[in-house]
Ligand binder design. Structure first.
Ligand code: BG6
Length: 512
């Protein structure tokens, strides 16, 4: 990382600065950067919002958020005050020119004070309905014109469907150049997600077998134990497909399936990812029910605690038809992956929180061991675990000790925390650092977002046209609706147990 005095003076403007995202993610991440001296020596945070707040009250609230969410844990008053003096509050209407002229004045004042031309980062931590308005206002106020120094950051969801994503991208493009637009998908900031590229392309070991000749199928699981928490209002208008699959799971698919990049340039990597999305076989309307499964959680039990059903959550209508679980079977039609199924699943109120990618390798072409040696035989599998375990597990067959030839599965494990004596930064910390450094590698380009929507449109349309008749169809604390198994089993495939749970057989050949 650069030293903080090498970073350009920066004004960080957060639209929605009094909101949840700023409280929970952005301010704690900026504080952590400040704490590890990775923020410019000259920096200012301007929180813009509509609500009445005096600066003291805002600072108090943000301090609470930092105490709760900073990775440095408890924060002393002295540390907090050193950071908080950089935060200003600007009460203003997001659509009103007065807000933008106050912003302009403030930025000019800072330039004079710092004797420099500062970089301006405009972060839209607002409801999506404002994503079209704010960039236009910034442009009209002349705040978007500096191609080197002005940047806009857009939170997901980027659109509600393909049409709205295209419209939003057009609006953004009418105010900013693509190089100034940073579309956030916080999964890309996770260390273990970035490690997929390192693992694949910094080692010659697995790449030769990373293809249809050796890989039987791939599963991508992002399971959450939590329900919709306090976000029922937003979530009910979105659902699992829009909230998770369109962005986080598609990004994982791209990283697993992409071709090696020629250089570590933002556009080179993004080109390779877009190639994957373009190669995904379109799902025909008539086949949606064979390739996609939806679910909604009912009441159930998780970890000994009774949990309520989705329809009982705050902000959710009692007859809601929104899916809280989605699973898909996709194919990537290219030389590397032809006919290898990629199974994606995500859901809320599943038995445990786990994000992982599993590569299931094909069986050996000829089984030369005697049948009694292979009673416990399992195919080799590589699991890249993203969360909460961070690491990689390679499962393969070994000879069980003893006079007889008997095979059983064993695991070779790499654990991030054990291997590196350095804490992982939070995803937002990494991403905000990258925005400050004008590095768009970990951000979604317009064409990527649109290509991901294009893949999902047949499913969204088919689901809209035929509302579910069986919701809720999985109890909280289970792995989703039964039909999810059917996506795989008729091919002889199965969802792997999460890495931590799926212990290999013990020495007696039993599962532990
Ligand atoms: C967000 C979704 O993008 O990702 C949430 O809107 C979800 O619904 C969250 O809970 C999951 O992120 P993580 O980092 O906790 O896996």
């Amino acid at each position: 990382m650069k030293e903080n005095d090498q970073l350009e003076p920066t004004v960080f403007v957060i639209f929605g600065g009094a909101g949840d995202l700023a409280w929970r993610k952005l301010i704690p991440a900026l504080f952590d950067l400040f704490h590890s001296q990775s923020i410019p020596a000259h920096f200012s945070i301007i929180a813009v919002d509509r609500v009445e707040f005096n600066e003291g009250a805002l600072h108090k609230r943000l301090h609470e958020g930092v105490k709760k969410f900073s990775r440095f844990g408890k924060v002393s008053v002295k540390q907090w005050n050193g950071f908080a003096k950089h935060i200003r509050y600007l009460k203003g209407d997001f659509k009103g020119p007065a807000t933008y002229s106050a912003l302009t004045d403030h930025c000019k004042k800072l330039d004079t004070e710092w004797e420099a031309k500062a970089h301006h980062i405009f972060y839209m931590a607002t409801p999506p309905s404002l994503f079209g308005v704010i960039p236009k206002c910034l442009e009209q106020a002349g705040l978007a014109s500096d191609l080197e120094r002005a940047r806009v950051v857009v939170e997901k969801p980027i659109g509600y469907d393909l049409e709205s994503a295209l419209a939003l991208n057009r609006t953004l493009a009418s105010a900013f150049q693509e190089s100034q637009i940073f579309r956030i998908d916080h999964y890309l900031g996770k260390e273990t997600v970035q490690n997929i590229l390192a693992f694949r392309f910094a080692n010659p070991l697995f790449e030769p077998i990373w293809n249809r000749r050796y890989v039987d199928y791939v599963t991508i699981t992002v399971a959450e134990e939590v329900g919709v928490e306090h976000r029922g209002g937003y979530y009910d208008g979105a659902g699992a497909l829009r909230d998770m699959v369109q962005n986080h799971l598609m990004q994982l698919l791209c990283l697993v399936a992409m071709e090696p990049m020629v250089s570590f340039e933002a556009d080179e990597i993004r080109n390779k990812k877009v190639d994957v999305l373009h190669a995904v076989r379109p799902i025909p309307h008539h086949a949606v029910h064979q390739c996609a499964v939806r679910g909604q959680y009912g009441e159930g039990w998780i970890g000994g605690t009774e949990v309520r059903g989705y329809r009982e959550e705050d902000g959710v209508p009692p007859d809601s038809q929104t899916e809280t679980f989605a699973a898909l079977r996709l194919f990537v039609d290219n030389w590397r992956w032809q006919d290898v199924p990629f199974y994606l699943r995500t859901g809320k109120r599943l038995p445990r929180q786990v994000s992982e990618v599993a590569i299931q390798f094909r069986a050996v072409p000829h089984q030369s061991f005697p049948p009694e040696a292979t009673l416990d035989w399992q195919p080799s599998r590589l699991v890249m675990s993203i969360h909460p375990d961070e690491g990689i597990v390679l499962r393969f067959q070994a000879k069980h000790p003893g006079p007889k030839m008997q095979l059983r599965s064993v695991d070779m494990r790499f654990n991030y925390r054990e291997a590196f004596d350095a804490p992982s930064p939070d995803a937002y910390e990494t991403l905000l650092w990258d925005v400050m450094n004008n590095d768009a590698t970990l951000f979604m380009r317009a064409d990527q977002v649109e290509a991901a929507w294009r893949i999902l449109m047949p499913v969204l349309e088919a689901w809209k046209a035929s509302p579910p008749s069986d919701f809720p169809n999985y109890p909280g604390g289970t792995w989703g609706p039964d039909a999810t198994q059917g996506l795989l089993t008729h091919q002889g495939h199965s969802w792997p147990l999460p890495m931590e749970l799926a212990e290999p057989s013990d020495s007696k050949g039993h599962k532990s």
